[in-house]
Write a protein that binds this ligand. Structure first.
Ligand SMILES: [Zn+2]
Length: 133
C-alpha cells in the first residue's frame, strides 16, 4: 500500500464530538478527511450544536448527514435552518465528486466496482475489485 498524506484519523476528532451515536465512525476514505473537516468547520460556524448522524460515501459522493441541533420531539429547528445546513453540506458533496477518496488528488467517478468510487488514475490501479479503500 502507498502511504497517504494523513498519518492518523485523529484529525477527525472535532467532527466525531458531534456524532449522535459515539460508537459510529466516519466512513470515508482518507482522501476526503480534509474535506470532511472543512465541511464540519463550515457547519459548526453556523450551527455550533449541530448533531451528526453519519458521514459516508453514497454513489461516489460525500454524504455529511447532520441536523442543525440535537433532535427533540416537536422539532428543534426551523425549515430555513435545515435548508441552510443542507446548502452548506451540498457544496462539499459537490467538491467530493472530483476528489480521489483515497489520496485527495483530482479524481473522477469509477464505476467498475460494486462500490462506486471517486479515484485518481494512480489509485484506480491500487484499489482492489471488492472496492474498500
Ligand atoms: Zn488517488
Amino acid at each position: 500500500m502507498v502511504e497517504v498524506s494523513w498519518p492518523s484519523g485523529d484529525v477527525l476528532d472535532p467532527v466525531r464530538r458531534h456524532l449522535r451515536d459515539p460508537s459510529y465512525d466516519i466512513d470515508v476514505g482518507p482522501g476526503w478527511w480534509r474535506l470532511v473537516l472543512e465541511c464540519h468547520r463550515a457547519v459548526v460556524a453556523e450551527f455550533p450544536e449541530y448533531e451528526l448522524m453519519a458521514v459516508k460515501q453514497r454513489w461516489g459522493v460525500l454524504a455529511f448527514q447532520a441536523f442543525p441541533r440535537a433532535w427533540e420531539p416537536g422539532g428543534n429547528w426551523t425549515d430555513a435552518e435545515y435548508e441552510r445546513l443542507e446548502a452548506v453540506t451540498d457544496a462539499f458533496a459537490g467538491r467530493s465528486e472530483g476528489m480521489c477518496e483515497r489520496c485527495g488528488a483530482d479524481g473522477s467517478l469509477r464505476e467498475s466496482r460494486r462500490v462506486h468510487l471517486v479515484l485518481c488514475d494512480r489509485c484506480e490501479t491500487l484499489v482492489p475489485e471488492h472496492g474498500r479503500l
